[in-house]
Design a protein around this ligand. Structure first.
Ligand code: FAD
Length: 439
């Protein structure tokens, strides 16, 4: 195992850090204050091929799978809101890529980014007032009327909601079937019946636009159903017949995308840590330099260690995702959970260390603190991540137990009552039963 970054990765890391320092940081406070969309930074990122289709193509050729997490961490080190504004179209693109036909992928992903100077945006609209974590309960409906789908409902807290050129809407075609009765639809900008509702006034990531998306008798062509009619008909038929669904593709996809969210949170934690080191450098208390005081060193060591631990989880999950290693133990969710918690804890802890001055908006620490919170909320809340990790761990453990039991049953001597094998087998069998009885 080699933990060193390659020349290419180091170069890319520097390129992203330089971009964040030169283009993002100088305007971060202003966009945070005004809660404005950072179009000029998005344009600069496009010019440097750090966003858009060229960036996606570059990521597609990344053999190790680390470039994406390096990019996310470095840009969020600059400013989490601006970094999200640059990269949020990726959510819609991922939704299209996971459900669309090859033709739909070719057409609509381009529309999520635009080409050349023409910057376009995508939005991925799932959450509703009563359905976020509990996605099976969403109420936005899609009804077929001739050769059009008619969408009705309100989506809340949607990144790029109302300003996107392409909005991917998840709606129900048969509410009785829960998530198995849902489908994804592409709604183009300016479609009658699509509008922006309330724009959110947020505490953090303020340069990223968040708003309600309202759909009122919004008619879209039948071909805007992602995956097409045949696929949907078969899915509904299977669900209505009571046939079990296969392994969740969505769960596996989330495992792959969550390290990127974890890396974003890490960027904030790293920025807060570096800033605090610099701030404390020349400060002293009663003549004693702060950085030489053990109480300060204790805190800084803990922050640095937690950031490194989270980064290892993030990089491992990113590597597993790219190399097709199944994340059956929830390694992707674990990485996002840990990094989100570390970002919140580290920014809080560093504010405590710096003291009252950290409360001032003259210093950037309070912004890092405000920006960190969302990483325990969106893309799966911290509580829900814990449930996912725990359930996946349990399923993986049961799988291992049953494999071990199979091996033991086939082992020579088992049938003749070999004592050692029998006692191990009994222990495994008891363990399997007790795992099975955990609610
Ligand atoms: C700035 C921002 C941007 C967003 N962008 C998007 C976007 O682009 N697209 C989109 O579709 N959504 C987006 N969201 C929505 C976000 O993904 C949801 O808010 C999030 O998934 C939580 O869902 P919820 O709001 O329904 O909260 P709830 O699920 O109602 O959660 C409320 C609380 O209950 C806890 N909880 C819920 N279920 C359980 C359980 N079973 N066990 C233990 N605790 C539980 C949660 O952890 C949370 O603490 C965004 C949100 C924000 C704030």
């Amino acid at each position: 195992m080699d933990f060193r970054l390659s020349e290419e990765q180091l170069e890319f890391q520097k390129e992203c850090r330089d971009f964040a320092r030169d283009h993002i940081r100088p305007v971060a406070a202003q966009h945070d204050r005004d809660q404005s969309v950072p179009w000029e930074v998005m344009k600069a990122a496009r010019d440097q091929k750090l966003s858009g289709l060229e960036y996606i193509q570059r990521m597609a050729t990344d053999e190790q799978g680390l470039l994406g997490v390096i990019y996310a961490e470095e840009l969020h080190w600059g400013c989490a809101g601006i970094a999200l504004a640059i990269s949020a179209s990726g959510l819609a693109a991922a939704g299209i890529a996971s459900s669309g036909t090859p033709e739909q992928v070719g057409q609509w992903i381009t529309e999520c980014y635009g080409t050349g100077d023409d910057i376009k945006l995508g939005a991925y609209a799932v959450t509703e007032a009563g359905a976020g974590s509990d996605v099976k309960s969403l109420r936005t409906t899609a009804k077929l009327d001739g050769d059009e789908w008619v969408l009705n409902g309100t989506k809340v807290f949607i990144t790029n909601g109302g300003i996107a050129d392409v909005t991917v809407v998840v709606a129900t075609v048969d509410p009785e079937l829960g998530h198995r009765g849902q489908a994804s639809f592409v709604v183009a900008k300016d479609t009658p019946g699509l509008s922006q509702g309330k724009k959110e006034d947020k505490i953090g990531i303020r340069a990223s636009h968040t708003a309600e998306v309202v759909l009122e008798d919004c008619r879209i062509p039948v071909e805007n159903l992602l995956g097409g009619m045949d696929k949907l008909d078969k899915k509904l038929e299977r669900a209505r017949s009571g046939a079990k669904s296969g392994p969740s593709g969505a769960l596996a996809t989330f495992e792959i995308t969550r390290p990127l969210v974890g890396a974003s949170a890490l960027g904030i934690a790293q920025a807060a840590y570096e800033w605090t080191l610099e701030y404390l450098e020349d400060r002293s208390e009663d003549g004693s330099p702060l950085l030489e005081q053990q109480r300060v060193q204790q805190v800084l060591a803990d922050v640095a260690t937690e950031i490194e631990a989270a980064r290892l989880l993030v990089w491992r999950a990113a590597w597993m995702g790219r190399n097709g290693v199944p994340m059956n133990g929830g390694q992707g969710s674990m990485s996002k959970l840990k990094a989100g918690d570390v970002a919140m804890w580290a920014t809080t802890t560093l504010m405590d260390l710096v003291g009252p001055a950290a409360q001032s908006t003259d210093l950037p620490l309070e912004k890092f603190f405000r920006d960190a919170k969302i990483y325990q909320i969106f893309e799966g809340t911290a509580q829900v991540q814990r449930l996912v990790v725990s359930r996946m761990q349990r399923a993986e453990y049961r799988q291992k137990l049953s494999e071990a039991q199979e091996i033991l049953q086939q082992a020579p001597g088992n049938a003749s009552g070999d004592a050692a094998h029998d006692s191990t087998s009994d222990a495994l069998s008891d363990a399997a039963k007790s795992v099975g009885s955990v609610a």
